[in-house]
Design a binder for this molecule. Structure first.
Ligand code: IVH
Length: 723
């Protein structure tokens, strides 16, 4: 009779126990499967069933040589999908600002103290923990049970990887403990340990399959398998360190929250600590840096977070990063390689960027074959402010160059070994023409300084095929319209057929509006899209459906997608909020020469003359206007939803002036925006409220002259219900 090993922790099993346990689990799971599929009443709960499968996986991960032919991990029960569904995060998944040296960390602390107006004697404890080099995952629990798991994606929407997350033994399917809030979203990092990575590569080698490059990419690839049976054979781990939506908050500090997660059954990083001053943080950073080689997983820095959640809330966010956290990165890794060629890339605004083609080299665990050379000055050894780079050494084809790669930052060329320069290596010649369309290449002159810019541009505009293609790629890209099945390759293929807009033959696109008529044109065309060479298995119908789905896109994504110079995502959001809907925006854009329209836009926080001039330029170009008008016939972007519509200042335009005493100006602005108000820098008839502190001058007077409502700081707090 075999002994009962079912209670022994996985870590404590020896190889014989493990073998017996795997046999027991295989039989047990099969028995429950039969019950389940035979429509009998299951003997155990789903959670208990999951626990059996996960225990089986956990043991297999420790003893891969013991995996049985009839193992539950090899059988159905793991779902294979055609593609991942999307999940919109209830609360966006943020990224972190980076600090590269001690000074950056001191600045970070000073900035926060200034924002909160803390005196030197007031304490602001910060937590410190390793920054895991994996990929983030958000786990949603309802009434204590795992209901979904999503990757970060673009921060707003990720991929539904629930089935795969269930195969990770560190991810509980049921939360432990009492008083679990009804909705709990736990966020953290999925990673692969060094040991697991090496084991996996050994297995791959034995099977004669290609090996993996580094644990991070392998973890990412494993989590994004459509067949969760494959994910199940990849030993992944998960550290919990953050949260999304929470129906109730079980603790008031970062540390308290993480300890609570531990009590719920998550693994948390044992190296996390809290400190009261910056020197202690920096000491911690150096200790972790020293211990880094001994850790069993990859890290690329240390993350500092304000411990007190009340302060975190006051600090809030600036676009995609919290003000209350920062990642202190480790210095980048370096490697020598050879510069094989310098090619020119044409960007969507015509920027001509030299790109280095390199002899492939591994830096920081990743094979690098290209590096941006930024501009001609950079190739010559000059920085964007005219400073000397690489001791002024220029770059020539054939040079031995030193490459630096820091985490997700673009690789840089830091040095050239002149002693190895091949004879006859020629100096790089500045461009006079666009290599694609032959138009003149010029440098912009900076209006403010009168100096030539470091970027050289193709002056061809919409004549330049490269610019047009890049604009189209941008239009359909992830932050913009994000059309499924329409990636760079497909855009290029459709643009190749641009001469064929409505006659026989494979359909094409010449501009963004043509995308939306693809379905009808394809139906009438002689040769259908799906027969097109290189189209792969993407079914045309699916693509057309994806195109239809974005006709009602968020307004800011549509504006961002137009690719107007200086109009990034944040500016696109500011513009959408200002006009609210596309018709109002349309009228304003066609009347930017009207002083009132101009001034109104200028008063929007975050929008300056550079942006307005760029909008003017865009909307005065007849070809742009033509596409814009055609697009308006095809798309119907969603009007901006008023956030926090129950707040008394939602949708109102507020101006803060004079000195504020209970909050800083930045904090006031962030608070008003959180409550759905627009914050403006100048007073006009459109202003709804002026909050004036002591010393308020002309703005207060203008408000009184115009009959705009005014109040003081206390009045503001009463108004928003926080007095
Ligand atoms: S906190 C709101 N803590 O780093 C703060 N992030 O560069 C959310 N990461 O997307 C992040 N280890 O994937 C945090 N201990 C840690 C982390 C960590 C790794 C990743 C995370 C995030 C990225 C930002």
């Amino acid at each position: 009779m075999t002994q009962d090993n079912s209670k022994i922790a996985i870590e404590a099993l020896n190889i014989e126990d493990a073998e017996q346990e795997l046999e027991r689990l295989a039989l047990e799971v099969t028995r429950h499967d039969e019950f389940y599929h035979g429509n009998d009443k299951p003997e155990i709960s789903d959670a208990e069933y999951d626990a059996l499968r996960r225990r089986n996986l956990g043991i297999e991960q420790r003893f891969p040589s013991l995996i049985r032919e009839d193992s539950p991990s090899k059988k159905v029960g793991f779902v294979a999908l055609d593609k991942f569904e999307k999940i919109t995060h209830a609360i966006p998944m943020l990224s972190l600002e980076n600090a590269f040296n001690d000074e950056d960390v001191h600045d970070f602390a000073k900035r926060m103290r200034r924002f909160l107006n803390l005196s030197v004697t007031e304490k602001m404890p910060l937590t410190a923990e390793p920054k895991i080099d994996g990929l983030s995952l958000s786990l949603r629990y309802e009434r204590g049970r795992l209901v979904s798991a999503a990757t970060r994606g673009d921060g707003a929407t990720g991929e539904n990887v629930t089935e795969n997350a269930k195969t990770i033994s560190d991810v509980p399917t049921v939360l432990a403990g009492d008083n679990i809030p009804d909705v709990v979203e736990i966020r953290g990092e999925v990673y692969m340990s060094h040991a697991a990575f090496q084991d996996l590569n050994k297995r791959m080698e034995l099977e004669g399959k290609p090996t993996y490059v580094n644990p991070r990419n392998t973890a990412a690839g494993s989590l994004r398998q459509l067949d969760s049976g494959i994910t199940a054979t990849r030993p992944l781990n998960f550290f919990a360190y953050a949260w999304g939506e929470m129906r109730a908050m079980p603790a008031g500090t970062q540390m308290g929250m993480v300890e609570w997660m531990k009590a719920c059954g998550f693994r948390i990083n044992p190296l996390m600590q809290s400190f009261e001053n910056i020197d202690e943080l920096l000491k911690y950073y150096r200790k972790i840096e020293k211990d880094r080689p001994e850790l069993e997983y990859d890290i690329d820095g240390v993350v500092y977070k304000v411990d007190n959640l009340g302060l975190q809330g006051r600090l809030g966010l600036k676009s995609r990063v919290p003000r209350w956290a920062i990642a202190h990165k480790f210095p980048a890794e370096k490697a020598w390689t050879i510069l094989r060629d310098i090619e020119i890339q044409v960007g969507r605004t015509g920027a001509l960027t030299p790109v280095a083609r390199l002899e492939p080299v591994t830096v920081g665990g990743v094979v690098v074959t290209n590096a941006t050379l930024h501009n001609e000055d950079y190739v010559k050894g000059l920085g964007s402010k005219g400073e000397v780079l690489r001791d002024g050494k220029d770059l020539r084809i054939g040079d031995h160059v030193m490459l630096q790669r820091a985490g997700d930052v673009i690789p840089q060329i830091l040095d050239v070994d002149l002693s190895k320069r091949p004879e006859g290596g020629e100096e790089y010649m500045p461009l006079t023409k666009c290599p694609v369309c032959g138009s003149h290449a010029v440098r912009d002159v900076n209006e403010k300084t009168g100096k030539a810019d470091s970027v050289k541009r193709c002056t061809g505009g919409l004549i330049c095929p490269a610019q047009v293609v890049e604009r189209l790629k941008h239009f359909v890209s992830r932050g913009a319209l994000d059309i499924d099945g329409l990636g760079d390759k497909q855009v290029e293929a459709l643009y190749e057929n641009r001469s064929n807009l409505d006659s026989e033959g494979p359909v094409g696109i010449l501009n963004a509006a043509n995308i939306f008529t693809l379905r009808e044109r394809d139906a009438g065309a002689f040769k259908k899209l799906k027969d097109m060479d290189g189209w792969g298995s993407t079914s045309a119908t699916k693509l057309f459906d994806a195109i239809d789905a974005v006709r009602n896109i968020d307004m800011y994504r549509y504006i961002f997608g137009l690719g107007i110079r200086h109009v990034g995502e944040q500016t696109a959001k500011d513009i959408s909020k200002t006009y609210g809907d596309i018709e109002t925006l349309n009228i304003a854009m066609l009347n930017l020469n009207d002083q009132q329209v101009y001034d109104e836009l200028l008063s929007v926080d975050g929008i300056g003359t550079t942006v307005i001039e760029a909008l003017k330029e865009f909307f005065s170009e007849p070809r742009n206007l033509d596409v814009w008008n055609r697009l308006l016939l095809q798309v119907n972007p969603k009007p901006v939803e008023q956030v926090a519509s129950d707040s008394p200042v939602a949708g109102k335009t507020v101006v803060f002036t004079g000195s504020l005493e209970q909050m800083t100006r930045d904090e006031a602005k962030a608070m008003a925006e959180r409550l759905g108000a627009k914050v403006s820098g100048s007073v006009s008839k459109k202003t709804d409220l002026v909050v004036a502190g002591p010393g308020a001058g002309s703005k207060l007077k203008t408000a009184e002259d115009l009959g705009v409502e005014t109040t003081d700081e206390n009045g503001w707090f009463v108004l928003i219900g926080r007095a």
